[in-house]
Design a protein around this ligand. Structure first.
Ligand code: PMV
Length: 340
C-alpha cells in the first residue's frame, strides 16, 4: 500500500443565483442554473491515505474526532466514499482526516467545501496521483471531479474553480455543465457574513430541496431564471455593483419565499435577521453604502460588495450592533492538491 498522504483544500462558495430544487435527486440534477462566487479563506481541508487492503473499511475523522456513519453528515461521507471507490476502481480502504477553517454551523456552506475536499483527496489517494495535471492525464478532468463531488453535495461542484462559476441545469453536449465565467482577478468582491445563529438547521437543505416543487412560486421562479441570469452576468461583465446588488437581494428573497410557501414550509430567517435586513436597507438608503445582501438556507446574512464598502460597514456594525458576530472573506482562486 502506498503510504503517502494526499491533501486537498477546497473553498466554500456563495451563490448569487441559487440552486434550489432538484430535477433528479439521485443524479443531483438541479432544477435551475446557478452562479456563485468562490471564496478564499473559508475552506475545507482533507487529508487522505490508503490504509487497508480490505474494501469498505474506511475511517473518517472530522476535527480530530472519528465518525462511523451514524450521523446524517457522516452517512453522506461514507456514501460518497462508496461512489469514489467504485468510480476509481480502488478496492482497499482509505483513512480521511477533514477540518474546516471556519466554525461549523456559522452559515458558511460546509457541505460544498467539505464534500469537495473529501472527493478530491479521496480520488487522488485511490489513483495515487497528486496534481490536477496528473489526474487530467488519467481521465479525471476537473469537470469529472466536480461531477462526482456534486453527487455528495450539489453546490460542491461550483467550488472546483476560482472566480465566478456557472452551473447550468441543461445537459451540455461537451459535458461542461459547470465552468468558470470570470477568473479570480476579475472583480475582487468581498463577503461579510453576519452570524445570527450557529445552531443546526431544523430542516435539512435536502428535505427543503424536495419540498420546493410544492410552492406555487416555484414554477414562476424557474421561468424567470434565464432573464435574471442574463442580467446578473451582464452586471459581472460590467463590474457594476449598483446593477448586481438589487439582483442579489431579489434572488435571495425569492428563494426564501419559495421555501416559506412550500409544503412543508421552511422558514430559515429569524426575527433578528429580518430586523437587521430592514435596518440595513434604511442605513443604505441614507448613507449610500454599496453593499448588498444574499442569504443561503439559514438565518445568517452575507453582505457583498467591494473592499472599501466593508470598511464603512465596520463603523456601522461597531456603532449599531457591537455584539453581533461577523466573519469576512473574498473572491478566491479555487482548490489545491498536494501530497507528502
Ligand atoms: O448543495 P446543497 O444541497 O447544500 O444546496 C445548497 C443550496 C443553497 O446553498 C441554498 C444555494 C446554493 O446554490 O448554494
Amino acid at each position: 500500500m502506498a503510504e503517502r498522504s494526499f491533501r486537498a483544500t477546497v473553498p466554500s462558495n456563495i451563490a448569487f443565483i441559487k440552486y434550489w430544487g432538484k430535477r433528479c435527486a439521485r443524479t443531483q440534477q438541479p432544477a435551475n442554473s446557478s452562479l456563485s462566487m468562490t471564496l478564499s479563506g473559508w475552506q475545507s481541508r482533507c487529508q487522505a491515505r490508503r490504509y487497508s487492503e480490505i474494501s469498505g473499511d474506511h475511517r473518517f475523522f472530522f476535527g480530530g474526532q472519528e465518525f462511523r456513519g451514524q450521523e446524517p453528515f457522516s452517512q453522506k461521507v461514507f456514501q460518497q466514499l462508496q461512489r469514489i471507490t467504485e468510480e476509481t476502481g480502488f478496492h482497499g480502504s482509505l483513512e480521511l482526516k477533514s477540518e474546516n477553517t471556519f466554525p461549523t454551523g456559522c452559515g458558511v456552506a460546509s457541505s460544498a467545501s467539505g464534500l469537495g475536499a473529501l472527493t478530491l483527496a479521496a480520488v487522488a489517494a485511490c489513483l495515487d496521483l497528486d496534481s490536477f495535471e496528473a489526474l487530467q492525464e488519467a481521465g479525471w478532468s476537473r469537470e469529472r471531479l466536480a461531477g462526482l463531488a456534486r453527487l455528495g453535495s450539489g453546490s460542491a461542484c461550483r467550488s472546483f474553480w476560482g472566480g465566478f462559476v456557472l452551473w447550468e441545469a441543461e445537459d451540455r453536449q461537451d459535458g461542461r455543465n459547470v465552468r468558470p465565467l470570470y477568473p479570480v482577478d476579475w472583480w475582487p468582491l468581498t463577503d461579510t457574513l453576519i452570524i445570527f445563529s450557529e445552531a443546526e438547521k431544523a430542516i435539512s437543505s435536502s428535505e427543503a430541496h424536495k419540498a420546493a416543487w410544492s410552492s406555487p412560486l416555484f414554477a414562476p421562479r424557474i421561468a424567470g431564471i434565464p432573464e435574471k441570469m442574463a442580467m446578473l452576468r451582464q452586471a459581472l461583465q460590467d463590474r457594476n455593483i449598483a446593477q448586481l446588488g438589487p439582483l442579489l437581494e431579489q434572488e435571495a428573497l425569492e428563494m426564501h419565499s419559495v421555501m416559506m410557501t412550500a409544503r412543508p414550509p421552511a422558514c430559515y430567517l429569524s426575527q433578528e435577521a429580518t430586523e437587521f435586513l430592514a435596518a440595513f436597507r434604511r442605513y443604505r438608503q441614507k448613507s449610500g453604502i454599496p453593499l448588498w445582501f444574499t442569504i443561503d438556507a439559514g438565518p445568517n446574512i452575507h453582505l457583498i460588495g467591494e473592499a472599501s464598502a466593508h470598511q464603512q460597514l465596520d463603523i456601522y456594525l461597531r456603532e449599531e450592533y457591537p455584539h453581533l458576530k461577523s466573519m469576512r472573506d473574498s473572491l478566491g482562486s479555487g482548490p489545491d492538491l498536494s501530497s507528502d
